[in-house]
Design a protein around this ligand. Structure first.
Ligand SMILES: [Zn+2]
Length: 81
Protein backbone atom coordinates (compact mmCIF):
# COMPACT_ATOMS: atom_id res chain seq x y z
CA UNK A 1 0.00 0.00 0.00
CA UNK A 2 1.20 3.53 -0.80
CA UNK A 3 2.47 5.75 1.97
CA UNK A 4 0.19 8.60 2.96
CA UNK A 5 0.98 11.93 4.51
CA UNK A 6 -1.12 14.76 5.85
CA UNK A 7 -1.03 18.24 4.31
CA UNK A 8 0.28 20.79 6.78
CA UNK A 9 -1.88 23.47 5.16
CA UNK A 10 -5.33 21.89 4.70
CA UNK A 11 -4.99 18.72 6.81
CA UNK A 12 -6.19 16.32 4.13
CA UNK A 13 -4.40 13.06 3.37
CA UNK A 14 -2.45 12.55 0.18
CA UNK A 15 0.15 10.28 -1.37
CA UNK A 16 3.42 10.86 0.49
CA UNK A 17 5.31 10.99 -2.82
CA UNK A 18 3.47 14.16 -3.93
CA UNK A 19 5.46 17.39 -3.95
CA UNK A 20 2.34 19.53 -3.80
CA UNK A 21 -0.98 18.90 -2.09
CA UNK A 22 -3.56 17.93 -4.76
CA UNK A 23 -6.31 19.56 -2.65
CA UNK A 24 -4.87 22.99 -1.85
CA UNK A 25 -1.60 23.19 -3.81
CA UNK A 26 0.63 23.73 -0.78
CA UNK A 27 4.20 22.46 -1.08
CA UNK A 28 4.71 19.39 1.12
CA UNK A 29 7.08 19.99 4.00
CA UNK A 30 8.95 16.70 3.68
CA UNK A 31 9.46 17.23 -0.04
CA UNK A 32 10.21 20.91 0.39
CA UNK A 33 13.82 20.87 -0.79
CA UNK A 34 12.80 18.87 -3.86
CA UNK A 35 9.94 21.27 -4.63
CA UNK A 36 12.33 24.20 -4.24
CA UNK A 37 14.65 22.57 -6.76
CA UNK A 38 11.74 22.05 -9.12
CA UNK A 39 10.72 25.71 -8.71
CA UNK A 40 14.31 26.73 -9.52
CA UNK A 41 14.25 24.62 -12.68
CA UNK A 42 10.96 26.17 -13.77
CA UNK A 43 12.35 29.63 -13.07
CA UNK A 44 15.38 28.83 -15.23
CA UNK A 45 13.11 27.55 -18.02
CA UNK A 46 11.06 30.75 -18.00
CA UNK A 47 14.24 32.86 -18.14
CA UNK A 48 15.50 30.77 -21.06
CA UNK A 49 12.17 31.15 -22.85
CA UNK A 50 12.24 34.93 -22.34
CA UNK A 51 15.76 35.25 -23.73
CA UNK A 52 14.86 32.90 -26.58
CA UNK A 53 11.90 35.12 -27.49
CA UNK A 54 14.14 38.20 -27.53
CA UNK A 55 16.69 36.45 -29.75
CA UNK A 56 13.89 35.34 -32.06
CA UNK A 57 12.55 38.89 -32.41
CA UNK A 58 16.04 40.23 -33.09
CA UNK A 59 16.52 37.64 -35.81
CA UNK A 60 13.12 38.46 -37.36
CA UNK A 61 13.98 42.14 -37.27
CA UNK A 62 17.27 41.60 -39.13
CA UNK A 63 15.52 39.34 -41.67
CA UNK A 64 12.94 42.07 -42.25
CA UNK A 65 15.76 44.58 -42.77
CA UNK A 66 17.30 42.28 -45.39
CA UNK A 67 13.94 41.89 -47.16
CA UNK A 68 13.36 45.64 -47.02
CA UNK A 69 16.75 46.31 -48.62
CA UNK A 70 16.15 43.66 -51.31
CA UNK A 71 12.74 45.16 -52.10
CA UNK A 72 14.17 48.68 -52.26
CA UNK A 73 16.91 47.46 -54.65
CA UNK A 74 14.33 45.66 -56.78
CA UNK A 75 12.13 48.78 -57.03
CA UNK A 76 15.18 50.90 -57.92
CA UNK A 77 16.05 48.50 -60.76
CA UNK A 78 12.50 48.42 -62.15
CA UNK A 79 12.17 51.01 -64.90
CA UNK A 80 9.39 53.52 -64.44
CA UNK A 81 6.42 52.92 -66.79
ZN1 LIG B 1 -3.44 20.76 1.32
Amino acid sequence: MERESICHACGRTMNAAFFYCPWCGAACAENDSVSRQIDAVFEEISLLRASWAVTRFERMESELDTLDRALTDLLAETPAP
